[in-house]
Design a protein around this ligand. Structure first.
Ligand SMILES: [Zn+2]
Length: 213
């Protein structure tokens, strides 16, 4: 059995065991989406949106699954709503992905405007990290996840390449948001972070939350 099928089984069990487990339904929907099981992806993602109508990523995967199934009208409605939600929540990566999906489908996407623009927003392209050691909130650092010139973390959260990457690209408020979310993830999945499997699930969720591929 491939690790992917394995995950599918774990998520299916979790979603069945607790019909209100938003994370389990979303993970199941995303796993089906990646395997191109579009009908199954649709049902898990619709359940996710019943539990949390503000889930931006669930809109994205549902919209793209509907497009693949040729249900363009429904897809357009889902993606348009998802773009506005993602924008409002500062989740710019899924917002851009949904805008691209609509454009590819030949539909003009909504382009919500950022109302409060940090003054240094134009000083550096999004995603650009200040050179290590010189970074402050005024040093041209723009967080890759939220697009804001927020303060950086004082040090890398992990002593490996991933930790360095997070330190270089993610602001402190976003990291704190993930930290609060990670407690939920660890509890819901009963993760053992000392096991390689537990670590993998943790990292997958962290990368997705922070918008790191
Ligand atoms: Zn941020």
């Amino acid at each position: 059995m491939s690790p992917r099928d394995d995950r599918l089984q774990v998520f299916t069990k979790m979603a069945e065991a607790d019909p209100t487990n938003e994370l389990a339904h979303f993970s199941l929907g995303k796993a089906h989406f990646e395997l191109r099981n579009d009908a199954q992806a649709e049902s898990a993602l619709r359940r996710t949106l019943e539990l949390n109508p503000g889930h931006a990523q669930a809109h994205r995967f549902l919209g793209e699954a509907l497009l693949r199934m040729g249900r363009k009208e429904e897809a357009v409605a889902v993606l348009k709503a998802g773009i506005l939600i993602a924008h409002e929540r500062g989740e710019f990566q899924p917002r851009n992905q949904m805008q691209d999906a609509l454009e590819k489908a030949g539909v003009e996407p909504p382009k919500p405007q950022t109302i409060v623009k940090p003054t240094s927003f134009n000083a550096a392209p999004a995603g650009a990290a200040a050179p290590p050691g010189t970074a402050t909130s005024a040093g041209g650092f723009v967080c890759k996840r939220c697009g804001r010139a927020n303060p950086r973390m004082e040090e890398a959260p992990f002593l490996n390449d991933l930790g360095k990457r997070i330190h270089d690209t993610i602001c402190q408020p976003c990291w704190r948001e993930w930290f609060a979310m990670s407690i939920k993830v660890i509890n819901e999945y009963r993760l053992n972070l000392l096991s390689p499997q537990g670590n993998e699930v943790y990292e997958t969720h962290m990368k997705e939350f922070l918008g790191l591929e």
